[in-house]
Design a binder for this molecule. Structure first.
Ligand code: ADP
Ligand code: NG1
Ligand code: MG
Length: 447
């Protein structure tokens, strides 16, 4: 922790301070102490971006920053929400059935903060088939930077789901919780994979997790001891449910999978919607899949008409069997670029994992190059970067540090792999060359 302005005393707020404060504000508001407190961490994804929803493994690790939820039980079947951060308004609602819980954004299409809590509650009530015995009074304290690719949304959804379930005296395994929370978060409108909820429940201290799907599994990966993973904010926020950018990418991947399946002779009545299902069905390597993308998806842009022709389907069918409500109006899609990113990023994840266990002498350089490759692909093929993210990555490169955007992108954070002995120099460079020069920031808290 450093402070540029030496006069400002900066004290780190510990978890137990936060719990104490939360207990106090809960008691002030509701007149009694909470029955229990739930904590769910944010995460940084080391590598494997925008491939979880295509069925490919990812490599995230949990952060210290977390959502804390203090819960009290009521006989009345109602939900009362309060937030330590007063920019997040109070919210109360009756709890009837999960079907009654509507999750609507504001007039500008941006979700209300409490919609994420409602996702968790709706999902839990659906799982419980509306058989609930307690209402909840909830006080929330979060310190994961919101809308920054560090999974504040999933920590909030997952903490709400878990709080609700525990309040009804129901328990589930961690993998069941992760899968149900991933489904619940889709009520917000984004068709995400399950990475954020998986790491929220399956993280372990001091390692990343290699997360695989069907069945959901997490394998701890020890990262090099002389590496420091620095997370730096681009100072641009991006709420994923407020635009259709995220869902467009998910749909483009689904459409590419459908076309690759059709062109390689996989039966038309198949249920294939992910690029990994195509690979598995063909029993191909990832390299083979890159070649198939070149062969069968040669164009930069595909029109909806063209896609319908290739898939021998109607626009109506495409709209309802593949596309999400907020992407049905689109007339053009980028398929080659997105599929290429997915297969190559999946390859980078495999290589990253291999290198972590082989531990070659130049391990930091090799892992770093994979992270740089990931960013280039996200910038050029997936088009989900942001000028500030690119600037952070380029600034890092100038001092020999590899960095990449982490999370969905369009803003948020980068994660950099920095050799331990370079950390002070690296952080100072980011402060001077990015935050001061480009963002006019002159006060810092570096955690
Ligand atoms: P992220 O990359 O952080 O997951 P999302 O766009 O998916 O970003 O979700 C961010 C949204 O989650 C915020 O705009 C806010 O509505 C909600 N959120 C995050 N943290 C909190 C918090 N501490 N309290 C209330 N709402 C929060
Ligand atoms: P963020 O940026 O934290 O909201 C999203 C998705 C992940 C994953 C990443 C990109 C959700 C809840 N999260 O994360 O599943 O696809 O983008 O790798 O949809
Ligand atoms: Mg999110």
């Amino acid at each position: 922790m450093n402070g540029k302005d030496e006069d400002i005393p900066i004290t780190k707020i510990t978890d137990s301070d936060r719990v104490q404060q939360l207990n106090n504000v809960f008691k002030e508001e509701f007149g009694y102490s909470p029955a229990f407190i739930v904590k769910v961490p944010g995460r940084v994804n080391i590598i494997g971006e925008h491939i979880d929803y295509c069925g490919y493994p990812v490599l995230p690790m949990a952060l210290e920053q977390a959502i804390l939820v203090a819960v009290g039980l009521t006989e009345e079947l109602e939900l009362q929400l309060r937030n330590v951060n007063k920019t997040y308004c109070k919210y109360n609602t009756k709890l009837n059935t999960f079907e009654d819980i509507t999750i609507q954004p504001d007039a500008d299409g941006k979700p209300f903060w409490y919609n994420y809590v409602l996702c968790g509650v709706k999902g839990a009530m659906e799982f419980l088939k509306n058989k609930i015995t307690n209402g909840l009074q909830i006080y929330i304290d979060g310190n994961i930077p919101p809308a920054s690719g560090l999974s504040s949304s999933s920590a909030l959804v997952s903490a709400s789901f878990l709080s609700f379930l525990h309040a009804q005296n129901v328990s589930l395994s961690k993998t069941e919780l992760a899968a149900l929370c991933a489904e619940s978060e889709r009520y917000i409108g984004t068709q995400g994979g399950g990475m954020d909820q998986a790491i929220a429940f399956l993280a372990e201290k001091y390692c990343a997790q290699y997360i695989t799907w069907n069945p959901l599994q997490a394998t701890p990966i020890a990262l090099p001891e002389d590496a420091v993973f620095v997370v730096a904010h681009s100072l641009a926020e991006a709420n994923k449910a407020a635009t259709n950018d995220f869902n467009i990418r998910v749909m483009e991947c689904r459409l590419s999978a459908k076309i690759l399946a059709a062109c390689t002779g996989i039966a038309c009545d198949n249920k294939i919607i992910t690029l990994s299902q195509v690979q598995q069905t063909l029993d191909n390597t990832l390299e083979d899949m890159v070649r198939l993308v070149d062969e069968y998806l040669p164009k930069d842009i595909y029109t909806k008409d063209e896609i319908c022709r290739i898939l021998e389907t109607s626009e109506e069918d495409l709209d309802h069997s593949i596309l999400s409500p907020n992407t049905r109006h689109l007339k053009e899609f980028k398929l080659r670029q997105r599929a290429l990113h997915v297969y190559e990023e999946a390859t980078r994840v495999e290589n990253f994992r291999k290198i972590c266990s082989q531990k070659p002498d130049d391990i930091l350089e090799v892992l770093g190059s994979l992270m740089s490759g990931s960013h280039e692909s996200l910038r050029k093929l997936y088009e989900c970067s942001h000028e500030n993210l690119d600037l952070l990555v380029d600034t890092s490169k100038e001092v020999g540090v590899h960095a990449r955007l982490t999370g969905a992108g369009w803003g948020g954070c980068v994660v950099a792999l920095c050799p331990m002995e370079k950390v002070d120099m690296y952080v100072e460079t980011l402060v001077n060359e990015f935050y001061v020069k480009h963002c006019n920031v002159d006060k810092f808290v570096i955690d």
